[in-house]
Design a protein around this ligand. Structure first.
Ligand code: ZN
Length: 156
C-alpha cells in the first residue's frame, strides 16, 4: 500500500490549457485552448487580415489592445481590455447566434459591431463573433459572462 498520493506537479514546459465556460450555467463554450499572452515578449501579436482567423484552432490570444476603437464619444462594444481572441472553430455546440437580428448585421457575415451576438444554450449573451468581409474571423468572449477553467483532462 502506498502512503497517500504525492502532490501532482507539472513541469514548467507543460502549457496549461483552459476552457471557456458560461458563468450562468457552466456549459463548456470551447474545447481546451492554449492561451498566448500579449504581454509575453516571445509572443507575436496576431496580424489582422480581413476574413482570416487571428489564431489557429486550439489557440487563444489575450490582447491588451481592443480589437476595435470607437471614432465617436461612446466606446465601441468591443473596446474593453484585456480581451481574448479565439478561433471561431473552437466554439462548442453550446454556442449559437442570438435571436436578436440587430446584433447579427454585417456585410457578408457578422460584423459584431452592435454588441454580443452569440449566446449560450441557456440564453446568456456570452460573446461576439466577427465573420464579416471587413473583419477578421474571431470570437471574443464577454468578460462578465464567461470564465476560464483549467483543463485537467488528458485530451489534446
Ligand atoms: Zn449558459
Amino acid at each position: 500500500m502506498r502512503e497517500g498520493l504525492r502532490p501532482f506537479t507539472l513541469p514548467l514546459e507543460v502549457v496549461m490549457k483552459k476552457r471557456l465556460i458560461c458563468n450562468a450555467c457552466g456549459a463548456e463554450l470551447t474545447g481546451a485552448l492554449r492561451i498566448l499572452s500579449g504581454k509575453d515578449p516571445s509572443v507575436t501579436s496576431p496580424e489582422h487580415v480581413d476574413r482570416a482567423p487571428l489564431t489557429e484552432p486550439g489557440v487563444a490570444f489575450k490582447s491588451y489592445e481592443p480589437i476595435m476603437r470607437s471614432f465617436g464619444d461612446a466606446p465601441a462594444p468591443l473596446e474593453f481590455t484585456p480581451q481574448y481572441w479565439l478561433n471561431p472553430d473552437d466554439l462548442t455546440d453550446a454556442v449559437g447566434n442570438t435571436p436578436d437580428n440587430q446584433h447579427l448585421s454585417g456585410c457578408c457575415g457578422m460584423g459584431g459591431f452592435n454588441g454580443p451576438n452569440q449566446i449560450c444554450r441557456c440564453g446568456a449573451e456570452i460573446g461576439t463573433l466577427q465573420t464579416d468581409c471587413v473583419t477578421p474571423r474571431v470570437f471574443i468572449p464577454e468578460p462578465g459572462k464567461t470564465a476560464w477553467i483549467e483543463n485537467f483532462g488528458t485530451e489534446e
